[in-house]
Design a protein around this ligand. Structure first.
Ligand SMILES: [Zn+2]
Length: 367
């Protein structure tokens, strides 16, 4: 409660030394339960990224992990300066939404997620936005329509806009996350094993996310001015990948920690911020974790919060530091790169192998 009061009065003191005269539109998309190893953009053997693979001006950060493979911890650490070693900072301070608000942006939060019914940890961040819209458990395509509508309504008056798009992505039950037309890898073929159908449904969620992101990028492209979009998933997922038969997340292992992180920018963005694009390209292979998201978003838009960490923790900075990638663990956080977790799990052959029925998945995964 003390933290909540502190956060209410909290101010970043955000400033901009160079405010571009043209309209600006920045979008943060938060993915759900989406692991990089099932993205074609990360080397998966199935084409789960038919649209984004053709997208120009897309930077794929190859080696990124989350700090906690559970939504209610991960999402606050994506949105704030909190870290897995100082989680309370996510409660004491405001989020990136307020950074943009202070810098003169009109801020929006659109979501297909359920309002966090367990801890309420995430609910406070949408409240920082000027406009919020929740469509609980609908398909993510609705978010694109909503952004489009909001842009059309505000076309005349809103020169500077920041959106947070909180998606349902690949959340269990995967089969409910996409329209039937996205049943590209059959999720209902009874000649396949339950395991194969599970993988197929999961891959369909990735292909649908690919479509949603591409559509959103198209919406941005059609707007005047400077546009950019950052996509990051909150954590990955275990899909009975090996003999342990693990399912869901909150395992904090090689399946639910590695996540996709993508940056798309418009030509106008590259024209105004060529050095940031060049730095991001140079940083694409660096080992990263979700600590970079908050600082990268501020830096992406040239917003200064007078924090020395921004230079060290922004992917748009030529001085990006080597990040010690701490991860939620018992009894205390552990260093992912010093752990004996298999680094960059092989895209497992079982994707096409028949493994018989699912095991070890009696419990529903935590959010
Ligand atoms: Zn999640």
């Amino acid at each position: 409660m003390k933290d909540a009061r502190q956060a209410q009065g909290f101010v970043f003191g955000a400033t901009r030394s160079d405010t571009p005269p043209e309209p600006e539109l920045y979008v943060l998309v938060i993915g759900e339960s989406s692991r990089s190893m099932n993205w074609r953009l990360y080397g998966y053997d199935r084409n789960t990224n038919p649209q984004l693979s053709d997208s120009r001006n897309l930077i794929v950060f190859r080696d990124v992990i989350t700090q906690a493979a559970v939504t209610r911890i991960s999402v606050p650490l994506i949105l704030t300066r909190g870290t897995i070693e100082d989680e309370q900072r996510a409660a004491r301070e405001r989020s990136i939404v307020s950074v943009f608000h202070e810098a003169g942006f009109h801020t929006y939060w659109v979501s297909t997620q359920q309002r966090d019914p367990f801890t309420g940890a995430i609910n406070r961040y949408p409240r920082e936005a000027d406009v919020t819209r929740f469509y609980e458990r609908r398909h993510d395509g609705l978010l694109v329509d909503t952004v489009k509508e909001m842009l059309a309504q505000n076309a005349a008056k809103e020169g500077k806009m920041f959106f947070v798009v909180h998606s349902m992505g690949s959340h269990f039950n995967q089969i409910s996350r996409y329209p039937r037309v996205f049943n590209l890898f059959p999720d209902d073929d009874s000649t396949l094993s339950a395991q194969q159908r599970l993988i197929n449904a999961y891959d369909n969620t990735i292909a649908y996310t690919d479509h949603v992101l591409s559509d959103l990028i198209d919406v941005l492209r059609q707007r005047p001015g400077i546009k950019a979009l950052l996509y990051v998933s909150d954590h990955g997922e275990n899909l009975n990948d090996d003999e342990r038969g693990l399912f869901g997340h909150y395992q904090n292992n090689e399946y639910d920690l590695p996540i996709p992180l993508l940056f798309w920018y418009s030509e106008e963005y590259a024209g105004h911020f060529p050095d940031k694009v060049a730095a991001a390209r140079n940083n694409a292979l660096r080992p990263l974790n979700t600590r970079v998201v908050f600082h990268s978003l501020a830096d992406m838009a040239g917003i200064n919060i007078h924090d020395a960490d921004t230079t060290r923790l922004s992917v748009f900075s030529p001085e990006l530091a080597n990040i010690r990638r701490m991860v939620l663990g018992e009894p205390k956080p552990f260093d992912f790169d010093r752990s004996n977790l298999e680094r960059g799990p092989k895209v497992h052959a079982q994707v096409h192998a028949e493994r018989g029925s699912m095991t070890g998945n009696a419990a529903q995964p935590l959010p």
